[in-house]
Design a binder for this molecule. Structure first.
Ligand code: DP6
Length: 400
């Protein structure tokens, strides 16, 4: 390929987010409009991220996409919505501007290549990071800067929250066209520096019922979900915003656990019922409550999405001791060295009293590994061209 025929290419990364007030249920399937507002914490990309490269070239015959080294069907409706909306905005931005008469990459086809550095569909919100990254990367390629959370939402609801770092609210909105159903940052990642997040990977397998299908059945059959959306979440979102603003861990942790429990209660209230938690998930819940009861305050808090993995919030000063407690209750099996990933945790000696308070049958291998992370920033542009996932020929550098 000659110099000027090289594809225009951009690479970006985007974070996953974990909801502390859950989104579950749509009022409009096509536009992905939720039945309640939700609130999340964006996790740091040093530990968990999606990387996406997008290139446009007059040599490309069709739009194509590769996910984790495998080519996927680009004609899926949600992918098409994101591509169509970004191109619409790019066209709008160009019309009337000086660039209008110059050759435009907008008329070219695109190649997109995306990779996660964590297991896909393990209940680790891979679709959120994936769609946020896709939309941010295409927007950067075409020079679009507005409405990104609205477009990411049309890829996967929770993706709209991954467009921002720190603490993020997704306002459900009232309009039928979804123009007011978007995410907003309520505090940046620097707001609560002591807050840490432990991702406990219980199972890296694909979930039995995906979120999209699961929430659809819940909307159709669960009276508890209706009650939750109308009577519980509105006040809870306000209270959670307050707890975050005041860095009040006691309130933040209690609300986080109660909301996770209510979400899983709506799953049980769905007919036929959906079970995302397993035996180990329930043991983790038990361990958290034993730990908090021993201290007489909320020192650690759990939340679970549509899968058995737990996400634990705690303050920095609690990490070492709680990780030691987890090691006691879920002794690592073969991969002792690989048990902890991400930010460091030091050794901690558990007092005899705490050990007695945590008295339960150990579950060897119950937790495969723990990723220690913290709140982090929103999507980022990758400047270093050697990190692009597509080669100069517009094809993935690595295949599955
Ligand atoms: C349990 O955003 O994956 O993680 O909009 O159908 O793509 P779709 O669903 P998705 O649902 C996420 C559900 C959740 C809770 C949350 O993240 O708020």
């Amino acid at each position: 390929m000659s110099g000027e025929r090289r594809p225009a290419a951009v690479t970006c990364t985007a974070p996953i987010n974990i909801a502390v007030i859950k989104y579950w249920g749509k009022r409009n399937e096509e536009l992905i409009l939720p039945i309640n507002s939700s609130l999340s914490v964006t996790l740091h990309q040093d530990q968990l991220k999606t990387t996406t490269s997008a290139a446009a070239s007059r040599d490309f015959k069709e739009d194509r996409i590769w996910l984790n080294g495998r080519e996927e069907n680009i004609n899926q409706p949600r992918l098409q919505s994101c591509l169509r909306e970004i191109r619409r905005l790019a066209r709008k931005r160009r019309s009337g501007s000086e660039e209008e008469s110059t050759p435009c990459i907008l008329s070219y086809r695109v190649h997109i290549c995306s990779e996660n550095n964590f297991p896909t569909a393990a209940g680790l919100a891979s679709s959120a990071a994936g769609y946020a990254c896709l939309v941010y990367t295409l927007a950067t390629l075409y020079g679009v800067e507005t409405e990104l959370s609205e477009i990411a939402r049309q890829g996967s609801g929770s993706a709209c929250r991954s467009i921002y770092g720190g603490f993020v609210q997704w306002l459900m909105g009232e309009r039928d066209d979804g123009k007011d159903s978007l995410a907003q940052q309520i505090a940046p990642e620097s707001h609560w520096p002591e807050l840490q997040v432990l991702v406990l990977v219980v199972s890296a397998e694909r979930k039995p019922v995906g979120s999209t299908a699961g929430m659809q059945t819940s909307v159709e059959t669960s009276p508890l979900l209706k009650h939750r959306a109308e009577a519980v979440v509105p006040d809870r979102v306000k209270e959670m915003c307050e707890a975050i603003r005041q860095r009040d861990f006691e309130r933040f942790g209690q609300l986080t656990m109660k909301d996770s429990n209510q979400f899983h209660a709506t799953c049980l209230d769905t007919f036929p019922p959906i079970f995302y938690l397993n035996d180990i998930s329930r043991c983790i819940i038990h361990v958290v409550h034993l730990f908090n009861t021993y201290y007489g305050q909320t020192k650690v808090a759990y939340t679970f999405d549509a899968g058995p993995n737990a996400v634990i919030f705690c303050l920095e000063q609690t990490v070492d001791e709680f990780v030691s407690a987890l090691r006691c209750c879920f002794p690592p099996e073969s991969n002792g060295d690989m048990f902890l990933k991400g930010l460091p945790a030091g050794p901690a000696v558990l007092s005899k009293e705490l050990k007695m308070a945590m008295d339960m049958e150990p579950r060897p291998g119950g937790i495969q590994y723990i990723i220690i992370t913290k709140p982090g920033p929103g999507p980022q542009l990758v400047e270093d061209p050697s990190l692009h996932l597509l080669g100069k020929d517009g094809l993935p550098k690595h295949s599955a």
